[in-house]
Every structure is written in structure tokens, then in C-alpha cells.
Ligand binder design. Structure first.
Ligand SMILES: Nc1ncnc2c1ncn2[C@@H]1O[C@H](COP(=O)(O)OP(=O)(O)OP(=O)(O)O)[C@@H](O)[C@H]1O
Length: 499
């Protein structure tokens, strides 16, 4: 002990040590209290909202963020070709140093907040913190990354957040005005925006007179009549079955209707691997309020065809049968397990989304189960046939004077007619607009005379005219030879000549 004694701290050193300890403790307590108070104050004067990437709002906000001037000064940013569902949006990006070339086929770029970094910016004179986070979930069977966006705004109430969301939504909607978004489901049963296409004008779809107008009027009227349906207790949904020849414009018509109504298209692929009755039910239940649900080639999803032998005259019986009998349909894809009754339930069961337009297409109408095509599920049936002479003529005109350019022909600027109708040989010199229109009319009429009625598809006509993009006269001159070839030689020619 006497040996240790000189190494023990003196009483004054002990005193100093204790003092230091207590002072440190007090400072730490103050620090914690300060932090606690600061956090409570910040929590009271700010609000935080989180957005999941699977939610459309996430895209609205990312698009809105990408167009803020804050990125001009930021030193740590993500440069991306992400398109937020606006792939075909070519509006110039305000803050990009590199100008997008519209002829460039590569994707447009934009700036974004980098993942796991917090950015400060001002919104309507309020401080706003933006943070993007990626969470990974992995189980033995799958690994998935999901992205979240956190926005903290210093404000006492939700008004400013509401204004921000409204602004983001309307900026996004404006950018999307001329586009339609196409959605499909992923293996996790979430709707993913796969692309967005420029709207196709209804003028560019050439159907028999009245068909397009009927479809447009019917869909518009349906969307405007929710209260009518509610008052009568009729489920507010409507199904359209477009059937007939391949390449006759079924899908294109649906696209143009979606554009005209401003609705997004949600593709339901019944043969998707891993899709079963429950997930189909869930998927259809997760459709937004107003949209077009599209089931293409609805018969082809089932390898044995929809051939249940039920009396066609009594569809209600067939309907009951659909739930009682085991389904006779099997899917081509062994991984997919949707049954007929599962499909019927998803279409009009309790979980079926109200307010949606369902479009189904098929090349084989008679292969569809009567229960699937009965009114209530498919209310409107439209047959798409091979091209008529009327369609051939109108399509020819539309092909050489794209929709919306008719006005240019009526009052052409310098050189417009040469550009629009480069190959039309007119009897009189340009720029006589009447002559140009007449020249095109004459060519279109000659073309329609050559095309046999209901023997070639519109897609085939389009494919042929594509070879004569700016040579309408040659397209007409060469048409007889092409028709002969298409219809299989002499027989084709005889058929044509006999008309
Ligand atoms: N009636 C039409 N009017 C204008 N273009 C058409 C028409 N029909 C077909 N086309 C053109 O032909 C191509 C194929 O058309 P679309 O895919 O709409 O046919 P579909 O009937 O859906 O074919 P499928 O049954 O094989 O899916 C499109 O590029 C489209 O522009």
C-alpha cells in the first residue's frame, strides 16, 4: 500500500476529476435536453410526407422536383434518363446544360435529388427538406428495392403541402396532356408505368362510317353518367369487346379512345406467369377510378379456348355455371393460374373497380365463353372487318395528308402543298389548293377501286403505303400488282377484275 500511495491522485486531483465528470455530465444532459426540445419544436412547426414509388404521386413529385432551379447550384445530383411516365415528353428541360436534340433517339435527361442525401430548398418562402431513400427487402424467394421520397416542410398546417401536391400534379398533367400512359402489372402485383405514348388522334383511325363515333359517344356518355348508374343500383362499369380480323385496328382504336378521353391504359395480361385468381382480383381492384383496362387477345390466354358447352341463349345460366363448375380453361403458361370463374369474378365481383372501361380484343369471337361476353361484362360488341373500299379510300387520303393537316391544304403557306403532297401529279400548277385536294381525291378513289372489298387488312394497306411514303402516284400505279401478289396470283387478279 505504501508502495502504491505515491501513484494515487492527490485529494485535489480527485476533486478536479470529479468536477470535470460532473461538468461533462451536465453538458451532455443540456445537449440532450436541447436536442429533445429542438426536435419537438421542429416536429411542431414542420410536417413530413412520404411517397412510395408505386404511387403515381411519386412520379408527379419527381417530375416537379426535376424542373426546380435548385439543381443549378446543387453540387451533388443524380443525372438520369428516368421519364416519370412521360417518356415522349420533349418539352425543353429548363436546367440542363445539354440541349436535347429531338432527332436524337436516346432518352431525354433530367436532374434529380441523389439517393440518401438531404436537400434544402424553398417553396413559397418555406424551407423544405427533400430526401430520397431506397429500402431493400429480401427474403429467400425474392429481393426487391423500393424507393421513397420524404418531404419535410416548415409549416404549421397542411395547406402548404396541399398546394405543393396540387402544383406537382398540375405540372405533371400539363406535361402529359398529349400523352397516354400505359401501365402493366409486375410480379409483385403492382401497377408499373411501362411507357407513355403520344396520343393518337381519332381522325387517323379509319373504320366503317359511324363505328368510331358510336364508340366515342358511348364511352363519353358512360363516363358522364355515374349518378344515373348509382340511382338505379347498376354497377358503374362498361365493357367493350372488339373482335375480328387481325390488323383491322382494334388496338389502335382503343389507344385513340384513351387519348380522346384522357384516360390511362392498364394492360391486364391474363397469361402473365404467376398470376392467379386472387392476384387478378387484387389487380383489378387496384385500378384507378377512371381508366381503361385492356385485355388483349382474351381468347389466346387460354390454350383450350373458352369452349364450355353452355346454351348461348341463356347467358345467366352460363354465368352461374362459371362459379359452380370447375373451369375448363387452362392457361398456356404453366406458371399462370387464372381460371374462367376467377376472371369473371374479377370482372364483376365485389372487388371489381367501379368507373372503369374494360376493353377486350379477340380475333376469335366464337371461342369466347358466353358468360364472358354477356352484357354486364361486355356490353358493346364491335366487329372489325378487313378493309372496305371506303376504308381504303379514306386511309389513302389520311396517309398522304396526316390528320390535322387538312387546314394546311385548304389555305397553304409557301411550299406547304409540295411538302404535303409531294408525289401528287396535278393537272394545274401549284399552289392551287383546290387542284391539290382534287388530285388527292382522284388518286384515293383510284386506289380504292383497285383494293378488293374486305380481302386485305388495314395493317396490310398501311404496310404497302409505307413503301411509298412520299409517292402517292406510284402507290396507285403499283397497287394492282401488289394486290395480285397479296391475294395469291391469278385468283386474286380474277377476283379483283370481276368486281
Ligand atoms: N382501321 C384502321 N385505321 C387506321 N390504321 C389502322 C387501322 N387498322 C389497322 N391500322 C394500322 O395497322 C396497324 C395494326 O393495327 P392494330 O394493332 O390496331 O390492329 P389489331 O386489330 O389490334 O390487330 P391484332 O388483332 O393482330 O392485334 C397499326 O399500325 C395501325 O396503324
Amino acid at each position: 500500500m505504501s508502495l502504491l500511495y505515491p501513484h494515487l491522485p492527490s485529494s485535489s486531483a480527485l476533486h478536479e476529476g470529479t468536477r470535470l465528470l460532473i461538468t461533462g455530465g451536465i453538458i451532455e444532459v443540456y445537449r440532450r435536453v436541447f436536442l429533445f426540445l429542438a426536435t419537438s419544436v421542429v416536429d411542431r412547426i414542420s410536417l413530413t410526407a412520404s411517397f412510395d414509388e408505386d404511387d403515381p404521386m411519386y412520379n408527379w413529385l419527381l417530375y416537379w422536383l426535376s424542373r426546380r432551379p435548385v439543381w443549378r447550384q446543387a453540387r451533388d445530383i443524380e443525372v438520369t434518363t428516368r421519364h416519370y411516365g412521360l417518356e415522349a415528353d420533349h418539352s425543353p428541360h429548363p436546367w440542363l446544360p445539354i440541349k436535347d436534340d429531338t432527332r436524337d433517339t436516346s432518352k431525354a435527361m433530367s436532374y434529380l435529388p441523389r439517393v440518401d442525401k438531404t436537400y434544402h430548398m424553398w417553396y413559397k418562402r418555406r424551407l423544405m427538406l427533400v430526401n430520397r431513400v431506397v429500402n431493400s427487402t429480401s427474403t429467400s424467394s425474392y429481393a426487391r428495392k423500393s424507393e421513397y421520397l420524404y418531404i419535410r416542410i416548415f409549416a404549421f398546417n397542411h395547406r402548404i403541402l396541399g398546394e405543393l401536391l396540387d402544383e406537382a400534379r398540375s405540372e405533371y398533367k400539363t406535361a402529359k396532356e398529349n400523352l397516354i400512359s400505359v401501365w402493366a402489372s409486375n410480379s409483385m402485383n403492382n401497377w408499373i408505368n411501362i411507357t407513355s405514348n403520344p396520343k393518337r388522334t381519332t381522325d387517323s383511325i379509319i373504320l366503317d362510317p359511324g363505328v368510331k363515333e358510336m364508340l366515342l359517344e358511348d364511352t363519353r356518355e358512360f363516363l358522364d353518367s355515374q349518378s344515373w348508374y348509382t340511382a338505379r343500383g347498376i354497377p358503374f362499369r362498361r365493357g367493350y369487346l372488339l373482335y375480328g380480323a387481325p390488323g383491322s385496328g382494334k388496338s389502335s382504336t382503343i389507344q385513340s379512345i384513351a387519348g380522346a378521353l384522357g384516360l390511362d391504359v392498364y394492360i391486364v395480361t391474363l397469361s402473365r406467369a404467376g398470376l392467379d385468381d386472387n392476384s387478378l382480383y387484387e389487380l383489378i381492384g387496384g385500378l384507378p377510378k377512371r381508366c381503361i383496362a385492356l385485355m388483349e387477345d382474351v381468347d389466346a390466354a387460354f390454350s383450350k379456348g373458352i369452349t364450355r358447352s353452355l346454351p348461348r341463349s341463356d347467358d345467366s345460366e352460363g354465368d352461374a355455371g362459371a362459379t359452380e363448375k370447375p373451369p375448363l380453361m387452362e392457361l398456356q403458361d404453366p406458371g399462370a393460374r387464372v381460371t374462367l370463374s376467377g376472371l369473371l369474378n374479377a370482372l364483376d365481383g365485389i372487388g371489381a373497380q367501379e368507373g372503369r372501361l374494360l376493353f377486350a380484343t379477340t380475333n376469335n369471337f366464337s371461342a369466347l365463353d358466353p358468360a364472358l361476353r354477356r352484357p354486364g361484362r361486355m356490353d358493346v360488341h364491335v366487329e372489325f372487318k378487313l378493309a372496305s373500299k371506303y376504308q381504303a379510300k379514306e386511309f389513302f387520303k389520311c396517309f398522304y395528308v396526316p390528320a390535322g393537316r387538312g387546314a394546311d391544304i385548304a389555305s397553304p403557306g409557301p411550299g406547304t402543298l409540295e411538302k404535303l403532297l409531294p408525289g401528287v401529279r396535278r393537272p394545274h400548277a401549284l399552289p392551287a389548293a383546290d387542284d391539290a385536294v382534287k388530285g388527292l381525291e382522284d388518286l384515293a378513289a383510284r386506289f380504292a377501286e383497285i383494293i378488293p372489298d374486305r380481302e386485305l387488312s388495314m395493317a396490310a394497306l398501311q404496310g404497302y403505303l409505307m413503301k411509298y411514303k412520299i409517292r402517292p402516284q406510284d402507290a396507285v400505279d403499283d397497287a394492282p400488282g401488289w394486290v395480285k401478289l397479296e391475294l395469291g396470283g391469278e385468283g386474286g387478279e380474277e377476283r379483283h377484275e370481276s368486281e
